[in-house]
Design a protein. Structure first.
Length: 173
């Protein structure tokens, strides 16, 4: 999402971080002047939840009842936790879930094309073998097909003597 040299995704990230930190510091400043932190918890904390929604709201629901140290400490801890889960949600989890919006296709009917930054390598051509291919005759002198010959060859066991020479049956193939 780059338009005329501006990376808008980065701009939105920086704006979110600066807005979250500003709201956190604004509420912490009001907690410094008012020890009960009524203004920060009533009017400023909803903005923190809004910026980190829905993970910040879930964090507040699950962790909020357990934090009851002192009002001037509770607000910064809740804001820091909401900021952390919101940051993880918006900058790590959501891009991993929805980052690649492309359908996986096999494209078997298209030629393989090199991408923009890739170089297409030409495969090395192998030299053709100069050996003469074996010619398989469809029928031998006895009228057997290659399948018949293969079946008959494996059906007759070949015996060997102590010298390693094989004994063949009396019928020559």
């Amino acid at each position: 999402m780059i338009a005329r040299g501006i990376n808008w995704v980065r701009v939105v990230k920086y704006v979110w971080v600066m807005a979250s930190l500003s709201v956190w510091l604004f509420g912490s400043g009001s907690c410094a002047t008012e020890p009960s932190c009524f203004f920060a918890q009533t009017f400023v904390f909803p903005f923190v939840i809004f910026l980190s929604f829905p993970a910040g709201l879930l964090f507040f629901i699950f962790v909020g009842p357990f934090i009851d140290i002192h009002p001037s400490i509770d607000y910064p801890l809740l804001c820091l936790g909401a900021f952390a889960v919101g940051y993880f949600q918006w900058f790590h989890a959501i891009p991993k879930l929805f980052g690649k919006m492309d359908i996986t296709r096999l494209c078997l009917n298209h030629l393989d094309q090199a991408g923009v930054g890739e170089q297409e390598l030409s495969p090395k051509r192998a030299r053709p073998a100069k050996s003469k291919p074996t010619r398989i005759t469809p029928f031998d002198k006895a009228g057997r097909t290659p399948l018949d010959r293969a079946i008959n060859r494996t059906a007759q066991p070949r015996l060997s003597n102590a010298s390693g020479k094989t004994w063949q049956s009396s019928t020559r193939r």
